[in-house]
Design a protein around this ligand. Structure first.
Ligand SMILES: Cc1cc2nc3c(=O)[nH]c(=O)nc-3n(C[C@H](O)[C@H](O)[C@H](O)COP(=O)(O)OP(=O)(O)OC[C@H]3O[C@@H](n4cnc5c(N)ncnc54)[C@H](O)[C@@H]3O)c2cc1C
Length: 429
């Protein structure tokens, strides 16, 4: 068990090096009480806690390391509408809920933009997310994006870019075209999460850092225990995602950790920025195993990709990712790489976030399959609804069947790795 003096700080990322606030909330000591106790201080946990605090609940949030320490503080920062697996939910419930799901798709972006404004969170938020086609076949998919927006009278700006426009705006010949939506965008995710946690704290949320939860004592008021204290609450929300080992009887082998990796260049000269991304948009390709990139607030290229489903991290992240970046941008061959880091995404076999509850009052919400900046904000609201007794949107997720692979987590990861190998080959063909 970790002792209090063994603190886990943020990984060595560009984000950790550029935080607005170095959080230093106290560790959990002794007995505490709240209406709701949230475990995990990433977007899911912080967003749930903030929504609950805004609704007048007393909340305690317990984080093993630092606020935003997990995937939240390490990700590509791409704000992408939607929640993976929604089409399966629609298939189960029929077209009658299509409009509700469309609203749910965009709710996360709305929450993020509203909070950044309401709480004046400095997080380099920018509008514009471009999906790029790496083959002519993928270009044909872009029309569907337009069709679905037209069907729903989407009020925000979006465009299809042809090959020439994509080349001019990205300074690379790698793509056959793209689709840009200006309601999506990008953000410094760690600063966003830290800002949301500060807002929650200002509304009375008790936040504890460096406090790994060791177990839950179930009962009418479950106890969330750490080595040095506990929180007793009417309800608990588990939001530890790919990093959580809690409640193995119910949750082991439900979410599989997969590594994703990012490198950050030195700040680029203005002429380079003007060549490779003058509109300062987030970019992601349409492959099954995606590459994604964007410029940071100080104009570094943050380039990520290469999900690793085997459970093993590469020995050098830079040598893993840099060739991918140089394939798109050979002109950056002499640029210095200042940062390299990785994090764990939580993959669910059917790609629908695993949402449910144990013994009526211990809720869980995890597994965004690499697509969580926006989705965690919706699900945070959905979890807050549920603990407050409003179950409609929660039930849509909780009613979906999930598979728990038999055997160890390692076996599960190898099965997922094999599946992804198939998709990688498909991308190549
Ligand atoms: C490299 C990378 C790039 C990504 N890029 C994007 C992107 O561009 N766009 C996008 O939409 N999504 C992206 N994602 C996915 C996105 O980051 C995640 O879906 C999202 O951050 C999940 O948030 P979370 O709060 O559920 O989990 P996490 O952020 O992982 O937080 C879980 C927290 O729970 C804590 N915890 C775990 N167990 C315990 C315990 N026992 N006690 C106390 N605390 C505990 C952990 O310390 C951690 O802080 C990316 C992920 C990675 C790793």
């Amino acid at each position: 068990m970790r002792k209090n003096d063994q603190k886990q700080e943020h990984t060595n990322s560009y984000y950790a090096a550029s935080v607005n606030e170095v959080t230093d909330y106290p560790a959990l000591e002794g007995a505490k009480s709240a209406d709701i106790c949230v475990v995990g201080g990433g977007f899911t946990g912080v967003s749930t806690a903030l929504t609950l605090a805004e609704r007048g609940f007393s909340v305690a949030l317990v984080e093993a390391n630092r606020i935003g320490w997990g995937a939240t503080g390490r990700n590509g920062g791409q704000i992408i509408n939607g929640i993976s697996g929604l089409s399966k939910i629609q298939k189960k419930h029929g077209d009658g809920i299509a409009d509700m799901l469309w609203d749910l798709k965009w709710r996360g972006n709305d929450i993020i933009y509203d909070r950044v404004e309401k709480y004046a969170i400095q997080c380099d938020i920018k509008s514009g997310y471009l999906e790029v086609a790496t083959s002519p076949k993928q270009v044909a998919w872009l029309d569907e994006y337009v069709e679905e927006r037209e069907k729903h009278n989407f009020p925000h700006r979006y465009e299809i870019w042809d090959r020439e426009k994509t080349r001019t705006n990205l300074g690379t010949d790698a793509y056959h075209g793209g689709f840009i939506c200006y309601r999506d965008g990008h953000v410094h995710p760690l600063n966003l999460c830290i800002g949301e946690a500060r807002a929650a704290h200002n509304l009375g949320v008790q936040i504890f850092e460096q406090s790994p939860v060791t177990g839950i004592e179930h009962g009418a008021r479950p106890r969330v225990k750490t080595a040095t204290g506990y929180v007793e609450a009417d309800s608990v929300v588990l939001a530890g995602n790919a990093y959580s080992l809690l409640e193995p009887k119910y949750l082991s082998n439900l979410v599989f950790p997969a590594g994703s990796y990012i490198i950050g260049t030195e700040p680029l000269a203005d002429d380079v920025v003007n060549e490779i991304n003058p509109m300062d948009v987030a970019v992601c390709d349409l492959n099954n195993v995606v590459d994604y990139y964007r410029l940071s607030g100080d104009k570094r290229l943050l380039y990520g990709g290469a999900c690793n489903y085997s459970g093993r991290d590469p020995s050098s992240i830079k040598s893993f990712i840099l060739p991918r970046m140089l394939k798109i941008y050979p002109q950056l061959k002499d640029v210095r790489i200042d940062f390299e880091w990785g994090g764990k995404i939580g993959v669910v076999l059917n790609r629908i976030p695993a949402v449910g509850r144990i013994n009526k009052n211990v809720y869980y919400c995890q597994g965004f399959s690499g697509h969580g900046v926006s989705a965690t904000h919706v699900l945070g609201e959905v979890m807050a609804d549920a603990v407050g007794g409003t179950m409609d949107r929660y039930d849509l997720f909780a009613d979906m069947k999930h598979f728990r692979l038999p055997g160890s987590q390692w076996v599960g990861n190898q099965i997922i790795a094999l599946g992804m190998l198939f998709y990688k080959l498909k991308d190549k063909l």
